[in-house]
Design a protein around this ligand. Structure first.
Ligand code: BDP
Length: 716
């Protein structure tokens, strides 16, 4: 039966094979829908009624024209009154035309919108109405999404407003064109041709971001230096801001704390020095003259060698507040990173950010956001949530996720990050009793903050498909949608994305969503199961190197993290160990402190456990470790198998690339499993559990592998 089905599919596919695609269009493909859908939708989309000509309204019109003509195969006429049934009316609540419709637009908040089936001048119509222009733009994209995903549009009554105010992409792009931890080519910002040449790609970037609600972009890397603040570059920054403005996107810059010395000729960057303050004030004024809606500064200070206020005996709050004060008159914010640790500090790295920032709660200006990574270490395949979430009630805490897969297989591995984001956001901090989720900390509802934010370290570059692979686009997509509403289900978002990016074919959607949903766990299993982390190759983070102790700093070495010895493995963070558990609210601390109550997925993060320890499954830890590594590889094999059955559903170009990347992933998953098992076995001295294949090569072989010019590593 299956064979017959496959045969039919095969011949079908030859006849109807979709036209070649290169991924450039992302999820905004707007390909012609099925004849039934076209028939059903056309009745509701015969004309576009608009009454205003702001740049955003023009962008909305263009997008709807483009989307609807692509999806429905017909151009829409535009008019300023409803002339018959099937009008789409778009605008803001301030337009008298829309006021006339008497829609309930109360409490929509900033950037919110309604999409509603209405009767206008005696004709059926769909009204897409925002509180402001950007809200209307978001509504237009939502409306297009309904069609792209095959939803009914007969009786619409939708209402949306973002739960988080600043939804920002952080680009780790250098002015020299490189992208730190970038696996999708070079930096998109063509500084040398700016400000005159405004690559159309910038507009497409803005469209893609607006379609998922992203409203901010930090153009440069957190360690980029001070040059971007010179007039030569600020002119270019202003040009980009002009392109993004109609799409509701504000530009932000990463700044170097020592800029007053580097480009300002001062002898100090002490935040309490009045000349330093004056320099920053003048710089802020200069920026706002060029970019009136400039968003603000992102700062990495006193971390991994970056300068900061501590160089002058000042606190992080002193530094952040000085910048906040110069931005405040213009409405700008400071996003101050909490990714702070120091090699000079012998304490467990997992505790350092908390120790540094917790005492500063209540000391930051109200236009400062503290940007906290999702976990206490560093964007690992899995970490518990960062203990600062829930621990600083008087401070606006902003989430930082990594979208680029620095620790998750770079461009090629298929790892959908939605489940990772969802796992963190739905974690309960218990800081105000049960239900105090990280999402509620970040959306401000737990402590009543109105300044809220979520940042994602972008995975975008000059590659034709933007992200280095088709499936990496899903990670940009899910980040934006979750920043809009952090309680959304990653599964539902994966489904939307698959429908828009590939096809609405139910069989395809079902298989691919299932594959995506399992992909992150597969990566955890073949890389760092049971709470292990940071076992990647030194510096570049490519491939396994659990044996590595070559890094200059102790807490950059895998051996620091896993602490495997003849007796056992894991980092003891209990009360008798580093006591990192104490940074969590008491009920969580008690749970993580207790070996028996700690979930398997965080076991070796919190405990040093004997190899022969009996796990919940009844098997030993050693057995479970080998089983997880093996499971990870088996899962990737299953993903390949799933994909093999999907040949013919989509265009050959994208199909083939995914197939090849999955083959790379299987090869590298096997390498991860074998290298880790070989190493841990050399430490435990235990035989492989019965039924598990030995590593393909010797430990010495894996240890001998070294790599030059690995992408994304800025030190080359
Ligand atoms: C680490 C990256 C490093 C970044 C750092 C950061 O390896 O390249 O600069 O995070 O976030 O994960 O500052």
């Amino acid at each position: 039966m299956l064979a017959v089905l496959m045969l039919t599919m095969g011949s079908l596919s030859c006849a109807t094979r979709a036209r070649a695609e290169d991924g450039y269009d992302l999820w905004l493909r707007y390909r012609l829908l099925t004849p039934e859908q076209v028939k059903r939708y056309r009745r509701h989309a015969s004309e576009l009624v608009v009454d205003s000509f702001t740049p955003t309204q023009i962008a909305i019109r263009k997008e709807l024209q483009r989307g609807l003509s692509g999806l429905l195969g017909q151009n829409l006429r535009t008019s300023d009154t409803v002339t018959g049934d099937g009008a789409i009316i778009v605008g803001t609540v301030s337009s008298s035309f829309i006021a006339h419709l008497r829609l309930d637009t109360a409490n929509l908040g900033h950037d919110g919108y309604v999409i509603r089936s209405v009767v206008a001048d005696g004709h059926t119509a769909i009204a897409i109405v925002g509180n402001n222009d950007t809200g209307a733009l978001y509504g237009a994209f939502h409306f297009l999404r309904l069609l792209q995903t095959g939803q009914p549009i007969e009786h619409l009554d939708l209402r949306e407003s973002p739960q988080i105010k600043l939804r920002v992409l952080d680009h780790w792009d250098y002015l020299n064109g490189k992208v730190e931890r970038g696996y999708a080519g070079a930096s998109m910002w063509d500084w040398w041709k700016l400000p005159d040449w405004r690559d159309p790609r910038y507009t497409d970037y803005a469209r893609a971001n607006a379609s998922i609600g992203i409203n901010g972009t930090v153009l440069n890397d957190v360690t980029d230096g001070a040059t971007i603040l010179t007039p030569f570059y600020l002119e270019k920054v202003a040009a980009l801001a002009d392109v993004f403005r109609p799409y509701g996107i504000r530009v932000y810059l990463s700044i170097r704390f020592s800029a007053p010395m580097e480009i300002g000729g001062l002898k100090t960057a002490d935040p309490l020095d009045s000349r330093v303050q004056a320099w920053w004030r003048a710089k802020a004024d200069e920026i706002y003259k060029r970019v009136p809606d400039f968003g603000g500064f992102l700062v990495k200070a006193n971390s991994e060698g970056q300068p900061g206020p501590k160089d002058y005996g000042r606190t992080h709050a002193d530094g952040a507040n000085m910048l906040a004060d110069v931005l405040a008159p213009h409405g700008g914010v400071v996003m101050w990173r909490a990714f702070v640790y120091s090699q000079a500090n012998p304490d467990d790295r997992a505790k350092q950010a908390y120790n540094e920032f917790k005492p500063l709660d209540g000391h930051f200006r109200n236009n400062v956001l503290l940007q906290v990574k999702n976990g206490p270490i560093d964007f690992q395949p899995r970490e518990p949530f960062h203990p600062l979430f829930g621990a600083m009630p008087k401070t606006a805490l902003m989430m930082e996720f990594e979208i680029t897969k620095e620790y998750l297989g770079f461009a090629t591995h298929l790892v959908y990050l939605g489940p990772l984001y969802e796992e963190v956001l739905s974690s309960d901090t218990m800081s105000r009793g049960k239900g105090s989720t990280v999402a509620k900390v970040v959306d401000g509802s737990l402590e009543g903050h109105s300044l809220t934010g979520m940042a994602g370290d972008a995975n975008i570059g000059t590659d034709r498909d933007w992200c280095g692979s088709d499936f990496n686009q899903a990670n940009w997509y899910v980040f934006g949608r979750m920043a809009w509403d952090p309680t959304q289900s990653s599964r539902a978002l994966a489904e939307d994305w698959v429908r828009m990016t590939f096809t609405n074919n139910e069989a395809f959607v079902k298989s691919v969503v299932a594959m995506m949903m399992g992909s992150r766990e597969a990566a955890v299993d073949y890389m760092t199961p049971l709470g292990l982390l940071h076992l990647m190759g030194p510096g570049h983070h490519y491939g396994p190197a659990p044996w590595d102790a070559s890094e200059s700093e102790a807490d950059w070495r895998p051996v620091y993290y896993h602490r495997a010895d003849h007796q056992g493995i894991g980092f003891d963070r209990t009360r008798t160990g580093s006591n990192a558990v104490a940074e969590y609210a008491p009920p969580i601390a008690t749970q993580f402190n207790d070996l028996k109550q700690t979930p398997d997925q965080f076991l070796l993060y919190f405990h040093h456990v004997p190899w022969e320890y009996r796990m919940r499954s009844g098997q030993t830890l050693w057995y479970e470790l080998v089983a997880h590594y093996t499971q990870g590889v088996d899962d990737v094999k299953k993903m390949r198998e799933t994909w093999r059955h999907l040949d013919g559903y989509i265009d050959d170009e994208r199909y083939q690339q995914v197939a090849t990347f999955l083959a790379i992933q299987e090869k590298e998953a096997q390498w991860w499993r074998d290298a880790c098992i070989a190493y841990f076995q050399s430490v435990s001295g235990l035989p492989l559990p019965v039924g598990y294949a030995p590593p393909l090569h010797s430990l010495r072989y894996y240890e001998s592998l070294s790599f030059l010019y690995v992408p994304g590593f800025s030190s080359w």
